[in-house]
Design a binder for this molecule. Structure first.
Ligand SMILES: *[C@@H]1O[C@H](CO)[C@@H](O)[C@H](O)[C@H]1NC(C)=O
Ligand SMILES: *[C@@H]1O[C@H](CO)[C@@H](O)[C@H](O)[C@H]1NC(C)=O
Ligand SMILES: *[C@@H]1O[C@H](CO)[C@@H](O)[C@H](O)[C@H]1NC(C)=O
Length: 395
């Protein structure tokens, strides 16, 4: 009886030990199998794996590069040239662009070296939400292919003539919107960009007229050189198809005109552009004054009919009116943009601030037509609201 018990206990223990050994051995085996191949595999396997890894990296780089090129080609390109004390104004201009534009855009900023660091610091300080809508590049001012760089630099405002060189400076850009620094966008860049589609086969640039009527026109009364059309053009907002410009005599013509007319020109590069399109009128597309709305359009009376009806799309504070008190309606808008925080809204803050500033200057000639300065922003907000509404209530 006792022997039987002892035998049973012994057998149970042996079975337990056997089962334990079997399991633990099995466990060990499977853990070796699960180890990463390169630790157990031979040298050849390892090489093969690395190759594949490298191939994946190359693929990834190629894909990224392809994406970058595609984005570059699809993007809106904007260019501005900043010198002297125009650095901050340029940042406000870019702020107005990024506030309304949801399409990706690339800003090509040509700036004197003294301004570059501060501009970069301000742009990098923008909130991520806005930074991700655009990228910027800052370039030095340069005048390739001319012997007298200094003379070009001094032409009109410092380095304004830089713009004439854009076709040869930005060889990998097809088209761009060039603006002076004293510009504010009141509408998405897409609206301006869409004029490119309207170009016929010979047109390669687009600008607005310098004046609306002969009585106050400058070119028709004072110019001592050829100019475009009846009243000349203003070059502060200019669409340029650089691809097409590169196929013309643009730059060499400019250098010739400069040599011939330099003692007779008053407004620097704008005069040269007028001379060029005087001789090549088939290459120019002319858009209306509401795309380049200046103090001239309201300083005596409101003469830009499109802006009176729809509001201005682009404001151009020429003769420094964004900063001085000569046409305070322009400064009223500029100050509202300058003080606008990215964290506040266009609808409740920007528009209200513009209106409040405008009320204070309602007794000036441009202030009397204050609706011109805010109507497009109101339209923008309405459009955004409508799309939001559709999202909530689709049908
Ligand atoms: C430009 O703006 C910065 C920061 O907003 C300011 O500190 C600086 O004084 C401004 N520069 C000029 C020339 O107005
Ligand atoms: C500029 O002109 C080129 C050559 O005609 C054309 O291929 C290109 O689409 C034009 N760019 C734009 C933005 O219209
Ligand atoms: C394009 O339009 C301009 C301005 O209307 C005109 O002078 C030119 O002849 C047109 N070009 C073509 C190819 O139709």
């Amino acid at each position: 009886m006792r022997w039987k018990m002892l035998f049973k206990i012994g057998l149970t223990i042996i079975i337990f030990v056997a089962v334990y050994l079997y399991y633990s051995l099995n466990q060990q085996k499977s853990s070796t199998e699960n180890q990463p191949e390169h630790l157990v595999g031979d040298g050849h396997d390892q090489l093969h794996q690395n190759d594949q890894l490298k191939n994946n990296e190359v693929d990834l780089e190629a894909v990224k590069e392809k994406e970058r090129i595609e984005r570059w080609q699809k993007s809106i390109h904007l260019s501005v040239v900043a010198c002297g004390d125009r650095g901050n104004e340029t940042i406000i201009l870019l702020k107005s662009a990024v506030l309304f534009t949801s399409s990706y855009f690339i800003a090509h900023i040509f700036a004197e070296s003294e301004l570059q660091e501060n501009m970069k610091a301000q742009l990098d300080f923008w909130p991520e939400e806005y930074k991700s809508r655009m990228e910027y590049r800052i370039y030095d001012i340069s005048f390739p292919g001319t012997k007298n760089a200094e003379e070009w630099k001094k032409l009109f405002k410092p380095c304004a003539s830089q713009r004439l060189f854009l076709p040869s400076l930005l060889k990998d850009v097809d088209s761009l919107i060039y603006v002076d620094t004293d510009i504010l966008f009141l509408t998405p860049l897409d609206d301006l960009w869409s004029f490119f589609v309207k170009f016929n086969n010979t047109q390669l640039a687009a600008v607005a007229p310098e004046h609306e009527d002969k009585a106050t026109g400058w070119y028709n009364r004072f110019a001592r050189h050829p100019y475009y059309g009846e009243l000349g053009v203003n070059s502060g907002v200019m669409l340029m198809n650089l691809t097409r410009l590169r196929h013309t005599t643009w730059l060499s013509s400019m250098i010739d005109y400069h040599r011939e007319y330099k003692l007779k020109i008053t407004w620097g590069d704008q005069d040269l552009i007028n001379i060029y399109f005087h001789y090549h009128p088939d290459q120019l597309y002319v858009f209306n004054c509401e795309w380049n709305f200046r103090p001239d359009h309201c300083m005596y009376m409101s003469v830009c009919r499109g802006a009176d009806r729809d509001g201005a799309y682009v404001l151009h504070g020429s003769r420094r009116v964004m900063h001085n008190d000569k046409q305070p309606a322009f400064k009223a808008v500029y100050d509202a943009f300058k003080n606008h925080e990215f964290s506040s809204t266009i609808k409740y803050h920007l528009i209200e601030n513009i209106k409040r500033n405008m009320k204070k200057v309602a007794d000036t000639n441009c202030g009397r037509v204050g609706h011109i300065f805010v109507k497009q922003i109101e339209q923008f907000v309405k459009k955004v609201d409508d799309t939001e509404q559709k999202k909530i209530n689709p049908r």
